[in-house]
Design a protein around this ligand. Structure first.
Ligand SMILES: [Zn+2]
Length: 328
């Protein structure tokens, strides 16, 4: 892999990303704009200021059931302790008890997971991928679920590794592959931005990367940001994780898991997934033909990680995240 000097964004069609840039501008907040007024849960530019339909609820725990209070679900927002719904119990085989004495249910994405409790309330979600495919590995299933639940998901990659591809692949291979991969997850091309910092040189470009991230915050104001874990040992991943915290400290930030790069990981936030979400994650990663020689590209491995995390919280599948900040 090359580590020559780059100045960040190369002058190729993808790196100029006219669609992505235009997209930011379209979404830039304009007080009183039609877009802003038409969005049911739109907020003022000030992220600390609750909107007219988001009453301030100081003293309540952040991120628990409060996001839908403006959507007419007040009566359903606080049923965390209720037993599973009866119609989901009926076809369940005999359960078992775990060490806590809690009856174990048949793993499934239960109705209350699907209700717009946490992730369904996020209108704009940003995924930061140091290299193309990191985002899919870390949160591909969650991206598929977010898209399904109506979130606008943006994917920003910082390297297409033009100098470290296997022999025989064109320099722009990963730019094409990431487009196909994110399309599998339901992310439109306009929501994809690809930069090309050289692999393993991100520490040299830390300030440039921070400025790109700050621009994203100012233009788009994501409700949640997915980024690498602070425990990820890859030098490029570390830069995105550290600068992500700086740029997005006023919103929710979660760290995704790249198991082979995480020397430590706190299992804090689980997002349950259904079979089709995992299938989309596997299909997305299969689009990276140039990376199929890597052992972690094995589809059974990808499914098994999601299965393992699902079982840990008695769901069918899940992805797990570190929680750096929750702003609700
Ligand atoms: Zn990476």
């Amino acid at each position: 892999m090359g580590d020559g000097d780059v100045d960040g964004v190369l002058p190729t069609e993808v790196q100029r990303q006219p669609e992505g840039r235009r997209h930011y501008e379209e979404r830039q907040h304009k007080p009183g704009s039609a877009e802003q007024e038409s969005r049911p849960n739109s907020r003022d530019d000030d992220p600390e200021k609750p909107g007219p339909d988001q009453p301030s609820r100081e003293g309540e725990p952040a991120g628990v059931g409060q996001e839908d209070l403006g959507r007419g679900e007040q009566g359903e927002a606080w049923d965390e302790d209720l037993p599973p719904l009866r119609n989901e119990d009926q076809n369940r085989p005999e359960g078992t008890e775990d060490s806590s004495g809690i009856q174990q249910e048949q793993p499934t994405l239960r109705l209350r997971d699907r209700k717009r409790r946490v992730i369904g309330s996020w209108e704009r979600v940003l995924v930061l991928a140091p290299h193309t495919d990191d985002g899919e590995f870390g949160c591909g299933g969650t991206m598929a679920r977010l898209v399904e639940e109506g979130s606008d998901v943006r994917y920003v990659a910082f390297s297409i590794a033009t100098r470290s591809l296997p022999e025989g692949f064109a320099p722009d291979t990963l730019a094409r592959e990431v487009k196909d991969a994110t399309a599998e997850l339901g992310i439109p091309p306009a929501n994809l931005t690809v930069h090309d910092f050289d692999v393993r040189t991100f520490p040299k470009h830390r300030q440039d990367i921070l400025e790109l991230l700050v621009e994203l915050w100012e233009d788009w104001r994501p409700d949640a940001v997915f980024q690498p874990s602070l425990h990820d040992i890859h030098q490029d991943h570390q830069v995105i994780a550290a600068e992500g915290l700086r740029a997005f400290k006023r919103t929710t930030i979660l760290g995704y898991e790249i198991p082979w790069n995480n020397f430590d990981f706190a299992y804090q936030a689980y997002f349950s997934l259904r079979e089709e979400h995992v299938a989309k994650k596997v299909a997305a990663l299969a689009k990276y033909e140039s990376q199929q020689h890597r052992r972690y590209s094995d589809k059974e491995y990808i499914r098994n990680v999601a299965r393992t995390h699902g079982i840990n919280v008695n769901r069918e599948f899940a992805e797990v995240f570190e929680v750096y900040r929750v702003v609700a």
